[in-house]
Design a protein around this ligand. Structure first.
Ligand SMILES: NC(=O)c1ccc[n+]([C@@H]2O[C@H](COP(=O)([O-])OP(=O)(O)OC[C@H]3O[C@@H](n4cnc5c(N)ncnc54)[C@H](O)[C@@H]3O)[C@@H](O)[C@H]2O)c1
Length: 252
């Protein structure tokens, strides 16, 4: 399965992060060339190409795209995965809707939306000019439903409004891009994954289990097959889909 991914050049934004590592390993196991664009260097991943690149900087992304094209001749897949984990310099920031600062709003939208737009524009245009390519956007189950703040009560955390706005924007970008470049043979889909097990607080885990029909968060490699499928020729008749994989959370 997915043998067409062998030797394909996969641009992965935010590849140095938690999910990025899983995605990288999954593509490597099929012989793809993973090219990571991130502001931090990936740890513990061998044999990948890494470009230190802030995806919100259009001229930098264009420069990196030129270098990649020179070295690899082609760009086959773009995965818009990077997200902001921004902590303002002033420590006592507040994420409530009443108090969230414009600084945080701008930073989250800048990475999640502007960055995905810039990469789509730059790498997608290259694919469109060659009349072949695939874009996969990493959205969230929280693009379908609003965050339930009760899950975070007692944890000194609020899921910020920016998360919903970015992820719903990503779904819009996905459908727009899919329709726009359909005739150029560039497909664009998104996954809307639920939360992933990552040593979360026990109180949070006990609460979130109750709102997920499968009664657990996803295992860290549990989206790999879906991602490979959507980036390979196996999904050749899919474009503009927002594929939900959330243990059933959004159905109840
Ligand atoms: N982890 C989860 O439970 C979960 C659930 C649903 C959806 N998601 C989505 O999956 C994606 C990956 O999440 P994650 O948990 O791996 O997050 P993460 O914070 O571990 O990784 C995000 C990566 O993006 C990079 N990044 C941030 N700003 C950047 C910029 N300006 N330019 C380039 N790179 C930049 C970071 O350096 C980091 O390596 C995100 O879009 C997230 O919203 C995650």
């Amino acid at each position: 399965m997915y043998s067409d991914l062998k030797n394909k050049n996969i641009i992965l934004t935010g590849g140095s992060g938690f999910l990025g590592k899983q995605i990288t390993e999954a593509f490597k196991s099929y012989g793809s060339n993973v090219i990571i664009l991130d502001i931090i260097k990936p740890k513990n991943i061998d044999k990948i190409k890494f470009y230190k690149c802030d995806i919100t900087n259009e001229s930098k992304v264009k420069k990196v795209a030129k270098k990649i094209l020179k070295e690899n001749k082609n760009i086959d897949v773009l995965i818009n995965n990077a997200a902001s984990d921004y902590v303002p310099k002033k420590k006592n920031y507040n994420l409530s809707l009443e108090q969230i600062s414009l600084e945080i709003w701008k930073k989250d939208l800048e990475v999640g939306l502007n960055g995905s737009f810039i990469c789509t524009k730059v790498f997608g245009s290259i694919m469109a000019s060659k009349k072949k390519g695939v874009i996969l956007n990493i959205s969230s189950d929280l693009s379908i439903i609003a965050p339930n703040q009760k899950l975070y009560k007692g944890l000194n955390f609020i899921k910020p409004v920016t998360y919903s706005v970015v992820k719903q924007g990503i779904n819009g970008l996905t459908k727009y891009t899919a329709a726009y470049w359909a005739e150029k043979n560039v497909r664009c889909n998104a996954i809307a994954p639920g939360g992933i097990q990552n040593n979360q607080n026990k109180l949070f885990l006990s609460k979130i289990k109750k709102v997920i029909p499968l009664k657990r968060l996803a295992k860290k490699n549990e989206y790999n097959d879906l991602i490979l499928f959507l980036c390979s020729d196996s999904s050749s008749y899919m474009t503009g889909s927002i594929v939900v994989a959330d243990g059933g959370r959004t159905i109840i």
